[in-house]
Design a protein around this ligand. Structure first.
Ligand SMILES: Cc1ncc(COP(=O)(O)O)c(C=O)c1O
Length: 442
């Protein structure tokens, strides 16, 4: 057999393996787990990832180029940089603002506005870069900051804001953009949970200087692990590329043909009079946060499925809403702003303080019945041991973030859930309220 034939057989077997496995996947109510998320892979992702590990070169390369071009087009941005996680993309985004190569770089003690109800690795890069987080509360139901509150967080040290679009729900971008422009504030968007959500027809993640995505399986697009940072600004892209790639100044593509590099001056650089190969000239204090080539290989296939995934997420959100609107006297239900069109990451719920039962009662009952629940990320992150005593400024009372910390949860709407799952969830929610005497329906 020649190489081509061997590969043909390998791919045929991989496809067969996929079909064999999928025969065993059947939802049995009460026996199968109702996941809140998961990757939706079929034979195309399986073959793509095997194809990507068969060459001798498995390091980031040709699939990176194909994926980032397609992803930039999808997002409506000019440049995309893949990373090994969404957390790494966040780290690169904040670190870029602090680089000596960033015009008016942010310095120790400069302030970044961010919500208190957040994900840890949205906040951590702010602290790790010695910047001062300034916390705002969030709204119950949208779980995003109240954009009108921004003004009260701004001081003469405010340089940037970093906002997640919580669980796929877009922030009020009109007000945020206008405020940022008026005060000359740089906007970073943590779009990790919000791929394909739009505000006023524009994709979240494409409003600010930098947007970030996570491609962990819980997210809209899965690479197993992975992430991206994107921007319209070529200089910022090159700066982020440098930070991802050890801090080196070189921005040559892998297949660069010119021996003098993309800058056409690779061997003409001089450092303190010494000619130095630009490929190994370090212009930033960087990291290595690259994924393998197999991650974008999977991403290419996943990107093609986004329109279908988004439609299913929206449909599943509506179906969950139908289940829980009957119990509105116990729960604060999620909602989106008029100009928002969310591709929901999950279905958030806050148990009203007067509901007559606790979050643990509800989540434990669901988990005992094999239905996944999660807390709404960190709730008020300042309640967590890691962030106790950090240097920060709290710009308003964090009452809602505290209530989210104690009373909120979310459940799944990902495209792997179908009517049989929702009928089962509905029956268990009804059972919870039948059994729970203190939470009887009026
Ligand atoms: C809002 C938000 N930001 C950042 C991340 C981090 O992404 P990753 O898990 O890929 O590091 C997550 C992960 O779920 C997230 O939800």
């Amino acid at each position: 057999m020649d190489e081509e034939e061997i590969q043909k057989q390998i791919f045929a077997l991989v496809k067969e393996l996929y079909h064999e496995r999928s025969k065993q996947k059947k939802f049995i109510p009460g026996k199968s787990r109702v996941l809140f998320s998961g990757d939706i892979f079929d034979e195309r992702e399986m073959v793509a990832r095997v194809k990507a590990v068969l060459p001798e070169w498995i390091t980031l390369g040709p699939r990176d180029v194909e994926f980032t071009e397609a992803f930039s087009k999808f997002m409506g941005v000019k440049h995309t940089l893949v990373t090994n996680s969404g957390s790494s993309a966040n780290l690169i985004a904040v670190s870029a603002l602090c680089s000596k190569n960033f015009p008016n770089r942010l310095r120790k003690g400069d302030e970044i506005i961010t919500p208190a109800c957040t994900f840890p690795t949205t906040l951590s890069p702010i602290i790790l870069n010695n910047l001062m987080p300034v916390f705002l509360d969030v709204e119950l139901g949208t779980y995003n900051i109240n954009a009108q509150s921004l003004e009260k967080a701004i001081s003469n040290k405010t340089k940037a804001m970093f906002i997640p679009h919580t669980l796929g729900n877009p922030n009020e971008m009109d007000v945020i953009m206008e405020t940022c422009e008026r005060h000359n504030i740089i906007l970073l968007e943590d779009n990790c949970d919000s791929l394909d959500s739009t505000y006023g027809g524009k994709r979240t993640g494409s409003f600010g200087l930098i947007g970030t995505s996570s491609f962990y399986p819980a997210h809209h697009l899965s690479m197993g692990e992975g992430g991206a940072a994107y921007t319209n600004d070529l200089k910022i892209y090159r700066l982020m590329l440098s930070l991802r790639n050890w801090g080196r100044g070189c921005y040559c593509a892998l297949n660069e043909k010119n021996p003098q590099g993309a800058c056409n001056a690779r061997f003409d650089y001089k450092v303190k009079g010494v000619p130095y190969d630009h490929k190994y000239l370090y212009t930033n204090i960087g990291f290595n946060l690259k994924p393998l080539d197999l991650q974008p290989a999977v991403g290419i296939e996943q990107l093609k499925k986004q329109p279908d995934f988004t439609e299913k997420r929206k449909k599943n959100f509506k179906r969950m809403y139908k289940i829980f609107e009957r119990f509105e006297e116990f729960f604060i239900l999620p909602y989106a702003l008029p100009k928002s069109d969310p591709s929901w990451f999950a279905f958030p719920l806050t148990i009203k303080p007067e509901a007559g039962f606790e979050r643990k009662d509800f989540t434990l009952f669901m988990e005992q019945n094999l239905i996944d629940t999660r807390h709404l990320f960190a709730g008020n992150i300042l309640q967590h041991p890691a962030y106790e005593g950090i240097e920060c400024r709290v710009a308003e009372k964090l009452d809602n973030a505290d209530l989210i910390f104690s009373n909120s949860l979310f459940m799944g709407v990902y495209p792997g859930l179908f009517e049989a799952h929702f009928e089962y969830i509905e029956s268990k929610v009804e059972e919870f309220f039948r059994n729970n005497k203190s939470a009887k329906l009026k």
